[in-house]
Design a protein around this ligand. Structure first.
Ligand SMILES: C[S@@+](CC[C@H](N)C(=O)[O-])C[C@H]1O[C@@H](n2cnc3c(N)ncnc32)[C@H](O)[C@@H]1O
Length: 231
């Protein structure tokens, strides 16, 4: 399997144990195990089509060659959808090499058009050296960072990387959402909390609550937000 770019995770990341609630969790191992042991279409966040995110991207009117950075992409169908829609400058990140490998295998030859970065968003190393980007897309990733310190690191990286006039999509469990996902505790958000994390340099363009139906029929409540960086 070849790919345009492959930045492997630093060794210190792969051994990383991080706090989740009161527990110590080896996140890389956790997510690699999840992706190794479950078919993609059975995952509790699987979408046949990434419709709500695609709608928000359309609203931004970006060019097909603008840089799109999908954080915690795992094996998301969003990447398939973006390629179908002829976006040409896509980077997919995840802490789980296994998750990204599943996605790469599904894409086949098309995987070569994607830049792949295995890396931890809350202890960024290779991610720090990335160039500025036009679009940051997060679905169901930020809400796993339950510690202030990890949220601060995440938003510091986002603010360093999203260019002026760039866009951010944050789609997380809302305040009526589940308190756990994949066995891990989550922090739930509303639009105001996400706006406040981003600060005055980001204008809210669109927000809505969205009820996602899991493959087993259970419902999960999300808040979707689209922001534009104005300064
Ligand atoms: C619930 S899944 C969502 C996957 C994808 N965004 C989607 O919508 O299908 C959460 C994803 O975040 C990734 N993740 C969790 N912690 C991470 C971290 N610290 N850095 C990068 N990715 C992380 C997991 O490996 C997993 O793929």
């Amino acid at each position: 399997m070849t790919s345009k770019t492959s930045c492997e995770i630093d060794e210190k990341d792969s051994d990383c144990c991080c706090s989740n609630g009161n527990n110590r969790v080896n996140y890389k191992l956790h997510w690699d195990t999840v992706y190794a042991n479950n078919p993609v279409s059975k995952l509790g966040w699987y979408e046949k089509e990434s419709t709500p995110i695609l709608q928000l991207i359309k609203k931004s009117n970006i060019n097909k060659n603008d840089s799109i950075f999908v954080v915690g992409a795992g094996s998301t169908t969003l990447i398939d959808n973006l390629l179908q829609d002829n976006y040409t400058n896509i980077t997919a990140n995840d802490i789980s090499k296994k998750g990204l490998e599943t996605l790469k295998n599904r894409l086949g030859d098309k995987a070569e058009a994607i830049t792949w970065i295995v890396g931890n968003l809350v202890t960024p190393t290779s991610l720090n050296s990335m160039a500025k980007i036009k679009f940051w897309i997060d679905r169901a990733v930020l809400h796993f960072f339950t510690k202030d310190k990890d949220q601060d690191t995440y938003f510091k990286l986002l603010k360093e990387k999203v260019a002026k006039n760039g866009f951010v999509i944050l789609a997380e469990f809302n305040l009526s959402g589940a308190t756990k996902c994949s066995g891990l505790e989550v922090k739930r958000y509303d639009t105001k909390m996400l706006s406040s994390k981003l600060g005055h340099n980001f204008n809210l363009l669109k927000t809505f609550n969205y009820v996602y139906t899991m493959p087993n029929g259970d419902k999960r409540n999300y808040v979707y937000t689209l922001f534009k960086r104005i300064a």
